[in-house]
Design a protein. Structure first.
Length: 735
């Protein structure tokens, strides 16, 4: 492979030639002069035909250049890289100066001691300098030795591409030097063995990561420009160079989408990752990191309340995206003059607040039966004075409910949360006129809660508070309140952009670091085909469709390719399971005109099942349910036309990292096998995944043990889905 630093090479000696030869001219650099018993040896070599053999006697060596030619190695003025291979036939009987510019008082040298231990020195007449410690070398073993310097102060010593030592020099340690001596020195013992493939690169600190597997290149590489827009990695590179590329932090309200190739033919390992690598072509090339809105919400169907406050300026009413509508109380109104999200509004509070639902509606948040997450975007204009509520269901008798609030400070405040007036989890660093995405979450499996905070700037810092144990109380709480603390006290002052409460889910608020800032809390479910990603993040699409659509819903089959093939279907079935391949099958009627097209895509294309619904306004909503490779397509001739049965398999599902107990709804039947294994037929719920703990009874929370019991529960080993125009259900079973 051509060398991109070839023009910086000062010495390149392959040391090839006839056995016993005592003359040699390197590819780059001055001719060698041989002394003592030094000669070329064809018996031992790393590459090529020969190497330099020194017999271990005093003065056995080869030299090149004049005094001072390699002074930059030890005077600290320029970067350099020294590389060579050596193999000892016997240990030295006295210290061997194997590779050096040492004149007796000043210079650099690589030395092997009598026991085989090696070091690299840069010495001067005052006795000071630098010393890089190596390791013990053994006879009969070939070693790749490298010493590098970055031109500033950092020296590194490598043996077989592994760094063994480094040194940070405080000053230039040496200024005088002899010619370069390889194998030994003028008056001291030499190496008893062979040296091969010597290269010295001036002005460059090479990257030493692997042991070379071929001779150093004699050819200068042709360099091609790589331009990386909105990211790092730009430079000039030889063909087939692997370059690490990283996208810049996503702009406000955006997330990384993909790498786009503007010109040239670079091969990107994974264009969907913000940090990846590419292999450069034999031409100039240009790529650009692109950004998009954050993805739709994978937990949308678990959202209990979603209020983005995107209304008309000055309004005192609003229709929530999900859940109860807010009731405006006092000095509270929609404000379009300030918004963290592009094109939206916010709730402006100047002593007022909004309420949601009735007393006891939010009991599930403090009674410990379910996990949950509350998120809000806040922009306080005041940080001192009274405690200021963000979300509150507190009831004074007997101190029950959730309190999520801002506590005062002289110059800044904290965001805190407590449940049932117990322990407090908090994060600091809330400043007036700053914008923050704050969250509180409760884990019912551990009975603990905490808060998190993210500063609303690109790559703004993320902070998580400590987990605290919930105080056990089950009495009724009051209605939900935004902007109020403890029923009548603690009014929030400033803007609250949005609030979202997700029931049954502990959201990973670390995603705020991956998606620097959401454009808004999504009002769309992320409809992901379960067979693509091993059944992760299933969405209860039936429930979602029924909530937004008219009842005119149909199923459709889509086969990938050009052109894309689409067919109406009346039924389909699928299996998701842990211990075997997953399976999808459907029957397509009346395919007479498409037999050839479907046959040609067998083993090449994928097929997907979509559910299409006509919304009340006439818009056709289409979403993918499941997808699989087109493994099989069989045709059958009926009385009128052909039908086609299409099926495909995917790898077995992966058990979830975090198991969330899932109830089974609308149970039709429960069967017990002869071995005691359960199978439940119930309504389809895409949120249930193989590996989940499922149950059919009412959960029970034990106040004393703080543990929740799930009656009639078992681990789902498989899920069979059945759907047609008139009915749909699933069988969930254990093995």
């Amino acid at each position: 492979m051509a060398d991109i630093y070839f023009d910086n090479v000062e010495l390149l000696a392959h040391l090839d030639g006839a056995d016993g030869a005592t003359t040699y001219t390197p590819t780059v650099g001055g001719a060698f002069t041989f002394y003592g018993g030094a000669e070329l040896d064809t018996a031992v070599k790393k590459f090529g035909t020969a190497s330099l053999l020194c017999d271990g006697a005093s003065s056995s060596r080869a030299t090149t250049g004049a005094a001072g030619d390699f002074k930059y190695i030890h005077d600290g003025t320029e970067a350099f890289t020294i590389e060579f291979f050596l193999e000892m036939s016997a240990l030295p009987t006295a210290n061997a100066y194997v590779f050096n510019t040492y004149d007796g008082s000043d210079g650099a040298y690589f030395i092997i001691y009598t026991g085989g231990y090696c070091e690299f020195f840069i010495a001067d007449s005052s006795g000071s300098g630098l010393q890089l410690y190596g390791s013990v070398l053994t006879t009969g073993t070939n070693y790749y030795i490298a010493i590098t310097y970055d031109g500033s102060s950092n020296y590194k010593f490598y043996i077989n591409a592994s760094q063994v030592d480094s040194w940070t020099a405080g000053s230039n340690p040496s200024v005088n030097a002899a010619p370069l001596q390889i194998g030994g020195s003028q008056s001291l013992q030499s190496l008893n063995g062979n040296i091969d493939e010597v290269r010295i690169t001036r002005g460059v600190e090479r990257s030493i990561t692997t042991i070379p597997t071929e001779p150093f290149s004699d050819v200068a590489a042709v360099l091609y420009d790589l331009i990386v827009n909105s990211g790092s990695g730009s430079g000039s590179y030889a063909e087939s160079t692997v370059v690490a590329i990283s996208a810049d932090a996503a702009p406000f309200a955006k997330t990384f989408d993909q790498w786009a190739i503007d010109s040239g033919l670079p091969v990107i390992v994974d264009d969907s990752l913000p940090s990846t690598s590419l292999t450069t072509p034999a031409s100039n090339s240009e790529i650009t990191a692109t950004y998009t809105d954050p993805p739709d919400d994978t937990d949308f169907l678990s959202v209990e309340l979603l209020c983005n406050y995107d209304g008309v300026d000055g309004d005192t009413s609003y229709t929530s995206e999900v859940g109860d509508d807010p009731v405006f109380v006092g000095a509270a109104e929609i404000d379009t003059d300030w918004s963290a999200f592009t094109g939206g509004g916010s709730l402006l509070l100047a002593g007022g607040y909004t309420t949601f639902g009735a007393d006891a509606d939010w009991n599930w948040m403090h009674q410990g039966l379910e996990s949950w997450t509350i998120e809000a975007v806040i922009h306080p204009t005041v940080t001192n004075g009274d405690i200021k509520g963000i979300w509150d269901t507190y009831s004074t008798t007997p101190d029950t409910g959730v309190q999520f609030y801002q506590t005062p400070g002289a110059s800044s405040s904290t965001v805190a949360m407590k449940i049932n007036d117990g322990l407090v989890s908090s994060v600091t660093g809330i400043f007036a006129n700053g914008t923050y995405l704050v969250a509180g979450m409760y884990d019912h499996t551990t009975n603990q809660f905490r808060v998190t905070k993210r500063i609303a700037t690109t790559n703004g810092s993320y902070t998580a508070g400590s987990w605290r144990t919930r105080t056990n109380k089950t009495a009724d709480s009051q209605q939900g309140r935004v902007g109020l603390y403890r029923a009548s006290n603690g009014r929030f002052t400033g803007n609250i952009e949005a609030i979202r409460i997700t029931r049954g889910v502990i959201r990973d608020t670390d995603y705020w670091n991956d998606y620097p800032w959401p454009s808004t809390f999504s009002i769309n479910a992320y409809l992901e085909a379960p067979f693509i990603f091993n059944t992760a993040n299933f969405i209860a699409f039936n429930n979602f469709t029924d909530s937004v659509a008219g009842k005119n819903s149909t199923y459709a089959l889509v086969i990938s390719g050009t052109p894309e093939l689409q067919f109406p279907i009346s039924s389909w079935q699928a299996t998701a399971q842990l211990d075997n391949q997953q399976y999808l099958q459907c029957v397509v009627p009346a395919v007479d005109d498409y037999v050839a097209d479907i046959t040609a895509r067998h083993g090449v294309s994928t097929f997907s099942i979509y559910r299409q619904s006509i919304l009340d306004d006439g818009y056709i909503h289409s979403a993918k349910l499941v997808e699989a490779p087109l493994d099989s397509a069989s045709f059958a001739q009926g009385q009128i036309n052909y039908s086609c049965t299409i099926s495909g398999n995917n790898p077995a599902a992966t058990a979830p990292d975090v198991i969330q107990p899932r109830p089974l709804f609308d149970v039709r039947s429960v069967e017990t096998s002869s071995t005691g294994k359960l199978r439940v037929r119930c309504a389809i719920d895409w949120l249930v995944k193989p590996g989940d703990l499922v149950y059919t009874g009412e959960p029970y929370f034990d106040q004393e043990t703080t543990l929740t019991t799930y009656p009639n529960s078992f681990t789902a080993s498989y899920i069979n889905y059945y759907a047609n125009q008139n009915d749909s259900y699933m069988d969930v079973g254990e093995r």
